[in-house]
Design a protein around this ligand. Structure first.
Ligand SMILES: Cc1cc2nc3c(=O)[nH]c(=O)nc-3n(C[C@H](O)[C@H](O)[C@H](O)COP(=O)(O)OP(=O)(O)OC[C@H]3O[C@@H](n4cnc5c(N)ncnc54)[C@H](O)[C@@H]3O)c2cc1C
Length: 312
């Protein structure tokens, strides 16, 4: 039934937006930082708002399962894949532009990576985004998740967000205050908004000083995190009154392994793909970690990683 709807949506996309790039049976392990995930029935790469709107109209009118992804750095996709349509922004969504009326404001497309954004801002002597330079996601994913690190959160720099309604019908600008940002949360999550771009406000500073801070934070990240292995970052959310990594370590789970999935020895908040891990291996590790930490501390860890077509 669901597959029929997906087939209808693919036909509709090919008919109504023939110019859009569409890949059939695309392995999601190619689009996730975990390097895990079976094929999506289709991956569509709209290059502009017109194409995105037409794609959303096709998937919503057929009732096909669909979701948007950014850089796939916070996703765990099932080994069976995804029985619907994945949407990944490309083309125009990869642009960065300075606001001609305000030298401290920059509009960044949702598909632009955080690292590229940080490099652009550094070159242009704009400070305030250094905290985010090492987060391996896109601007769209970062706004959706209100990504944060080293005391900063995306909400600190985002002044407004351009969004499209889930059925592709309407585009509007929402102020940062109205995005209801909180820890790893934004209003986009409640309303299934599609983030198209964000306007950020920075402060002017010496490019060399900004570059130095970016380099220092990268060194801190490399020293603490298992950056040499594929992962999706912190597996669990920070629980109230504690740290997931500390609780996991206290439960003696560092290095706990199922198949190719392992609680990192370097940072126990990360489950890593130490080689050939399947989604089921990661889920098995996550289930065991949750049970043991709960038994030891009474705290139930909640996943930060978004589970796609799979459950704990
Ligand atoms: C090594 C490593 C380190 C990390 N460190 C950090 C860290 O320090 N801080 C932190 O916060 N996170 C961290 N993460 C997690 C991850 O990078 C962030 O959550 C990031 O913001 C996800 O962005 P993404 O583009 O990869 O989104 P994806 O993982 O592709 O998607 C995440 C969610 O965002 C939604 N989404 C993506 N793009 C859009 C869009 N345009 N419109 C609407 N919804 C969208 C997706 O539907 C999905 O629900 C880390 C991950 C890794 C692998």
């Amino acid at each position: 039934m669901m597959l029929d709807k997906t087939v209808k949506a693919i036909e509709s996309i090919r008919r109504t937006v023939p110019e859009v790039r569409l890949l059939r049976d695309e392995p999601m392990c190619r689009h996730t930082s975990f390097r895990i995930g079976g094929p999506a029935m289709a991956l569509v790469l709209p290059a502009n708002e017109v194409e995105l709107s037409a794609v959303l109209s096709a998937v919503t009118s057929t009732g096909a399962e669909h979701m948007i992804i950014g850089n796939g750095s916070n996703l765990l996709v099932s080994d069976e894949g995804y029985p619907g349509i994945m949407i990944k922004l490309a083309g125009d969504f990869e642009s960065i532009a300075k606001n001609p009326e305000d030298p401290c404001r920059v509009r960044v497309g949702a598909a632009v990576l955080m690292s590229r954004t940080a490099a652009f801002l550094t070159e242009n002597g704009l400070s305030g985004f250094e905290f985010a330079s090492g987060i391996p996601g896109s601007i769209g994913g970062a706004v959706f998740m209100n990504a944060g690190a080293y005391g900063g959160e995306i909400k600190d720099v985002v002044r407004s967000v351009r969004v499209m309604d889930p059925d592709g019908s309407n585009v509007r600008e929402i102020s940062g205050e109205d995005m209801d940002f909180s820890y790893r949360h934004s209003r986009a999550q409640e309303e299934d908004m599609l983030i198209l771009s964000a306007e950020m406000e920075l402060t002017e500073d010496d490019p060399a000083a900004i570059a130095e801070r970016v380099t220092e934070l990268a060194a801190r990240r490399n020293a603490k995190q298992p950056v040499a292995f594929p992962s999706a970052g912190s597996t669990f959310k920070r629980p109230v009154g504690g740290y997931a990594a500390a609780l996991i370590e206290q439960s003696g789970l560092k290095g706990y392994k199922v198949g190719g999935a392992e609680v990192s020895e370097k940072h126990s908040g990360f489950v890593i793909n130490s080689g050939g891990a399947r989604c089921e291996d990661v889920l098995a590790v996550m289930r065991h970690v949750r049970e043991k930490v709960y038994a030891d501390s009474g705290i139930m860890l909640e996943p930060e990683v978004r589970l796609i077509n799979c459950t704990l």
